[in-house]
Design a binder for this molecule. Structure first.
Ligand code: GDP
Ligand code: IMO
Ligand code: MG
Length: 426
């Protein structure tokens, strides 16, 4: 029995959804443990594209048990839409395949409004959030006024609790932004209209997962975002509002540490970021444009163009450390085809001093001058290659360079967005 974590080592959008879907063929359970529909995970099977924001990427496999953990924040409107989409595709015929933790918090319409108002007020300092209400919902959780999805079972106490939380936000929105929220009755009635769709899925997911472990089932833990969007270990304040590192699995699902056997870090062969914040290896040139065009680097959730740059091994090494990563999956290798040479950052210079330490604070990060190694590229189109023997030698050398620097094995590389477009390296 092995249980594996799939998480992003960069600023998100590394291709986690595709890898979870691929591994899910051999797993029994796929569990998400943090954040919400700020995530956009793309899966392409037989040319058909599915973008999932909340439901785990194992859902396309009819055998897999899908779990949304207590660490998540769930927008019930988005969940309902996603359930409709999945059901229209003939999936989830057995509703017991999906379990949602009763302790997960609900994103309400006022959270989205507050997210947008805050971003507007920050002006040039905006974070570039997805405006999905993620931050304000986690704030309510920490301030102990949030609404948990299991409260949908208790209509009368829920109404009272929601009224108090609503009053708090209406007062603040009026005072600070001179903004009125929609009426309480509208918010309450809209939520009540969805409860019948959601109640059948609500459960104690710690028990579901513990039972799965006792039955020797294999669990995949599906991370969202990436290490450098972690609230503690990322490029704060340009981060999301939850922990994204391996540690968040234990709190986000209510499990002990022995539940994790392997941690696979998903790492693009280059680097992207959507939203604001430092990005030492960012490119504003033809190479960056090549990455954006060939990699279709536009956000799966917001459609925003993603910022593109060279692979940063200083950052990758930091991600490996904070997450205890045991193996790497290098994705989107095909996107680099045609570049005569490929640079990789192996050191930073800050104030003329060389370092291999990823700085913690933004003013330091802004001073970073990446120091590059230049490797030869490859002309061949490698799209869809599945056997290592068919990869050009320079491509294999690129993967070897990453492995040597990282000090852990590259277990797989991907050569296209389709489910089967992978090269197993081990
Ligand atoms: P996630 O958030 O980490 O799941 O990643 P996204 O789905 O937001 O973004 C990854 C994008 O890259 C998606 O459009 C995938 O279909 C695509 N993709 C994944 N792997 C590959 C690959 O090996 N090659 C190419 N060209 N595209 C890929
Ligand atoms: P997946 O799971 C890329 C970024 C936003 C913004 C910051 C804060 O698809 O990799 P938030 O809405 O979370 O408060 O925004 O985090 N962000 C992501 N960037 N991929 C994601 O998810 C992201 N989720 C949040 O762009 O910079
Ligand atoms: Mg994404």
């Amino acid at each position: 029995m092995t249980s594996t974590v799939i998480l992003g080592t960069q600023w998100g959008d590394e291709g986690k959804g595709k890898i979870v879907d691929y591994y899910a063929a051999k797993a029994d359970v796929v569990a998400r443990y943090h954040c919400g529909n700020n995530a956009g995970h793309t899966i392409i099977v037989n040319g058909e594209k599915t973008v999932l924001h909340l439901i785990p990427s194992g859902v396309l496999h009819e055998h897999s048990q899908c779990v949304l953990g207590n660490g998540m924040v769930i927008d019930p409107f988005v969940l309902t839409e996603e359930l409709d989409l999945i059901k229209k595709r003939g999936l989830l015929k057995n509703p017991s395949r999906l379990k949602i933790s009763d302790c997960a918090h609900i994103i309400m319409p006022y959270h989205k409004e507050i997210d947008a108002l805050r971003e507007e007020a920050r002006g040039a300092n905006k974070i570039g959030t997805t405006k999905r209400g993620i931050g304000p919902c986690y704030e309510d959780k920490i301030c102990r006024r949030g609404i948990r999805i299991g409260e949908l079972h208790y209509t009368e106490p829920l109404k009272k609790h929601l009224q108090e939380t609503y009053n708090y936000h209406q007062t603040h929105c009026k005072k600070i932004y001179n903004h009125d929220l929609p009426s309480f009755n509208k918010i309450y009635d809209d939520l009540m209209a969805l409860t019948d769709n959601i109640l059948p899925f609500i459960d104690n997911t710690t028990q579901v997962l513990t039972k799965a472990r006792q039955e020797n089932k294999r669990i995949l833990f599906e991370g969202a975002q990436g290490v450098f969007l972690d609230i503690d270990h990322g490029t704060y304040p340009f981060v999301t509002s939850s922990n994204t590192i391996t540690g968040s699995i234990l709190t986000g699902l209510g499990l002990g540490p022995k539940v994790i056997d392997h941690v696979h870090g998903i790492c693009k062969a280059y680097l992207t970021r959507v939203g604001a914040g430092p990005f030492p290896t960012e490119l504003d040139d033809a190479v960056g444009q090549h990455m954006r065009d060939q990699g279709h680097e536009y956000g799966s959730t917001t459609g925003r163009p993603r910022r593109c740059g060279y692979l940063d091994l200083v950052a990758l090494k930091q991600a490996i450390t904070v997450c205890g990563i045991t193996g790497l999956v290098i994705t989107k290798l095909d996107v680099l085809s045609g570049l005569p040479e490929i640079k990789v950052a192996t050191k930073y210079k800050i104030n003329d001093l060389e370092t291999t330490q990823f700085p913690t604070f933004v003013p330091e990060l802004e001073k970073v001058k990446p120091q590059y190694e230049t490797l030869p590229g490859w002309k061949e189109d490698i799209r869809g290659i599945t056997n290592k023997k068919n990869l050009p030698q320079t491509c294999i050398d690129y993967l070897q360079f990453i492995e040597d620097y990282a000090g852990i094995p590259v277990v797989m590389a991907t050569t296209g967005p389709g489910r089967e477009e992978n090269v197993e390296m081990a």
